[in-house]
Design a protein. Structure first.
Lengths: 336, 139
């Protein structure tokens, strides 16, 4: 694999070169007094930060229905955010021409809820900070794909702390052409490694009910989910939830029901609807005011469901989402 | 019907494709074959019309079991509808399995001529569910 080694400040220079064009934008992270946050840069970079140690929202959320009519956005984001963008591209929410998706190796993040002290944004400090596993967000500590191997290009970090830009598609070459220097062979040993397979997710309804006891049906998890994109969600209004006589009917059929009504229904349907596109970023858990362990369920279920079709959300732009395609000769034991 | 008898009978919701399974159920009717009263069929234009959300809603609103039934793969009136059904329902079963409630959902292929098969499938499903339900009642 060929790539270009990045000298200090080189990525900023490259992006500034990219921004010289009126129609070009960069979506990345900005570091200022209040911390590191998502920022769209136009014209030139200003307090740019390659890494963001705090997870607030998934940036793919801001890119829904992006039809930019000629302008182009360079996305300099975490792998989970790029994967969500790739999924949104397949769901026709983002046009392929409008973006150059560049993923950056992710050392892990801290939850914006639990952030107490100042978190460093430099790589070596951050690695020290995450030596203590508890300081990392749960979703990040179980993340199986922190490597920047998705999108058009990736910024990888080798063991010595050097940054490498590696193109994966033709669009990725655009970024490479802006960087000074000749392409060289990338070292095989890079910092973020592929993680081992974990056990299958398995719970039962008792555990589910216990975990979701606190749910108040605010639907923040749906609103902040980067891939839950429907304009007309089935849960807009309460058409899908039992109410009035339907609620009483339900109570008479299955016994006492915990209020607010229909939260099991809501979470199950949402879990199924995002099952093939869920990237396991944990934005839902981040948005939950009640601190429900949503990532455990959404990530666990989606991994199981994606495994059936050997699919991984956001892995490539060309792989179709399993539910919109089929093979004639498959799933022989589907019926009972 | 006494209360006791009522409690023991499960309710099953079935989504039946109007070109095959629903026709099979009509044929079963005209042949005077019987299937359990607790089975409620819902006619859908094609089995792929069934959004898994319908199944989930049926389960959480009190159905003891849900089945989705359509034409045999390759025989779909809309050419390829049931291939999509197969993928969707297999995924949904896997999800139900993750929550240890796999037995609540079944998928059958029944063609319009297979009235006997329809009765068999539905009755077995009904009896399995009934057995489980009564076991739980006792415990």
């Amino acid at each position: 694999m060929k790539g270009k080694k990045l000298k200090t400040g080189e990525i900023e220079n490259a992006l500034n070169r990219f921004l010289k064009d009126e129609q070009h934008l960069v979506l990345g992270f900005k570091k200022d007094e209040s911390g590191v946050s998502h920022h769209i840069f136009k014209g030139s970079l200003d307090h740019y930060s390659l890494l963001n140690p705090v997870f607030g929202a998934n940036a793919a959320l801001y890119l829904r229905r992006l039809f930019s009519k000629g302008s182009q956005v360079m996305l300099m984001l975490r792998p989970c955010e790029i994967r969500a963008c790739v999924e949104l591209n397949k769901l026709t929410q983002i046009e392929r021409e409008d973006i150059i998706a560049v993923s950056i190796d992710c050392p892990g993040t801290v939850s914006s809820k639990e952030k107490k002290e100042e978190v460093p944004a430099e790589l070596h400090e951050l690695n020290d900070y995450f030596k203590n596993k508890d300081s990392m967000r749960w979703a990040c500590s179980v993340c199986g794909e922190k490597r920047a191997v998705v999108g058009d290009a990736g910024i990888r970090i080798d063991e010595k702390g050097n940054y490498w830009a590696i193109p994966y598609t033709e669009k990725g070459e655009v970024l490479l052409s802006l960087i000074d220097g000749e392409p060289e062979e990338v070292p095989a040993e890079l910092l973020a490694a592929k993680e081992q397979k974990k056990d299958k997710f398995q719970v039962d309804m008792e555990i589910f009910n216990k975990d979701f006891e606190k749910c108040i049906m605010c639907m923040n998890c749906r609103d902040m989910c980067p891939v839950c994109y429907c304009i007309d969600c089935v849960f807009n209004g309460d058409e899908y939830l039992p109410k009035g006589d339907a609620l009483l009917n339900k109570v008479f059929r299955i016994g006492s029901v915990k209020m607010p009504r229909g939260k099991d229904l809501f979470h199950f349907i949402r879990m199924y609807h995002v099952s093939q596109t869920c990237v396991g970023c944990g934005a839902c858990e981040e948005a939950c005011p009640q601190g429900i362990p949503l990532t455990k369920y959404f990530k666990g279920v989606s991994e199981r469901l994606q495994d059936i079709f050997s699919y991984m959300s956001g892995r490539s732009f060309d792989e179709p989402i399993p539910y919109v395609t089929f093979l004639e000769d498959e799933l022989k034991d589907a019926t009972d | 019907m006494t209360d006791e008898a009522k409690e023991k009978n499960p309710e099953i919701v079935g989504f039946a494709c109007s070109y095959c399974t629903f026709k099979a159920s009509e044929m079963a009717g005209s042949l005077r074959m019987k299937y359990p009263e607790g089975v409620k069929l819902i006619q859908v234009p094609c089995s792929s019309r069934v959004d898994p959300a319908f199944v989930i809603k049926a389960v959480f609103e009190g159905a003891d079991g849900v089945f989705v039934a359509g034409c045999h793969p390759g025989d779909c009136h809309f050419i390829k509808g049931n291939y999509y059904t197969r993928r969707k329902i297999v995924a949904l079963k896997e999800m139900f399995d993750a929550f240890s409630m796999k037995e609540k959902l079944r998928l059958f292929w029944v063609s319009a001529a297979e009235a006997r098969r329809f009765i068999d499938k539905v009755t077995t499903f009904y009896n399995d569910i009934k057995e489980k339900k009564n076991e739980r009642e006792k415990a």
